[in-house]
Ligand binder design. Structure first.
Ligand SMILES: [Zn+2]
Ligand SMILES: [Zn+2]
Length: 291
């Protein structure tokens, strides 16, 4: 079984307004816990990572954390939490950051080239915890008993999607996904295949149709496009994710209701919110649920 907990659900930039409070204003960060495993898997390290880091430090004895962070790509909203990730302030902790190489450069070379002065007061190798890096693209590997499948996602720049299978549970994570520029719902076949029969599909849902028409080439999609992928892949749950900073809680809740009505009873549609936990592999749903 896999347990997924959301710590950041916002796209593009954090927002701390009253009208986004229910779903939350932190950017992309999701904790994945595998039953029987101590070491956590993290999906993206946006600003939500600051809060996740606090929880991990409280749960793991000092210096014992071995975490793997699967980063989709290097846009700010997916990495801004790295220097504020509390486990890196504790000697002995180790975090491996896995993500797509950027052209000829490794993800490690790219990240360390700007996560240092003058953009941040110290460089990552000056933090007490140890950070290591690994490139990953179109491959499959194990993290303990979990199998991770890495696949290309159309966006702006090299971007990965991830599928994690463990026991009878499976999740797929596609944070940013460029819909065809003509607004059609033609999902690439390799992505449908990667998400086949998944229990939980966490997917970009940044724009409505009118917004997409204005910003078609900005790398995102509509919730309707996400639903088309969920349908074609046979996903059981669709979590609408990467909410636009301009979308208030009412917008997100209304969109969840609309997409649920379109999906019918075979797919459960959920609006991602901070601190929501989902158990994959069963029908059990716990935690705070909004929309
Ligand atoms: Zn993003
Ligand atoms: Zn992006």
């Amino acid at each position: 079984m896999l347990t997924v907990t959301f710590y950041g659900v916002r796209g593009s930039t954090p927002c701390s307004c009253d009208d986004t409070r229910a779903h939350g204003g932190n950017t992309s960060c999701v904790l994945v816990e595998v039953e029987g495993e101590v070491d956590p898997i993290i999906l993206d390290l946006g600003t939500g990572a600051r809060y996740l880091g606090g929880d991990l430090v409280a749960r793991h004895p000092e210096g014992s954390l071995r975490a793997t962070a699967l980063i989709t790509h290097l846009h700010w909203d997916h990495i801004q939490g790295i220097p504020f990730f509390k486990p890196l302030l504790v000697a002995g902790n180790e975090v491996e950051i896995v993500g797509p190489p950027q052209g000829a450069n490794s993800i490690g070379a790219e990240l360390t080239s700007f996560l240092r002065p003058p953009a941040f007061p110290v460089s990552l190798d000056q933090l007490p915890g140890r950070v290591s890096f690994r490139d990953a693209a179109n491959e499959t590997f194990q993290i303990g008993s979990a199998r991770v499948t890495v696949f290309d996602v159309p966006h702006v720049g090299a971007t990965n999607g991830y599928r994690i299978d463990a026991g009878d549970g499976s999740i797929a994570y596609i944070s940013d996904h460029q819909q065809p520029l003509d607004g059609s719902h033609d999902v690439p076949g390799h992505i449908v295949e990667a998400c086949a029969d998944v229990d939980v599909l966490i997917h970009d849902a940044q724009y409505d149709a009118a917004e997409f028409a204005q910003r078609a080439h900005w790398g995102h999609c509509t919730p309707d496009f996400a639903l088309e992928l969920a349908r074609r892949a046979g996903a059981r749950r669709l979590v609408l994710y990467h909410h636009d900073p301009s979308h208030d809680d009412e917008w997100v809740s209304g969109t969840v209701a609309r997409i649920q009505a379109a999906a019918g009873p075979s797919i459960e549609v959920i609006g991602a919110s901070e601190r929501l936990s989902l158990h994959s592999g069963t029908q059990l749903l716990t935690g705070r649920r909004v929309g």
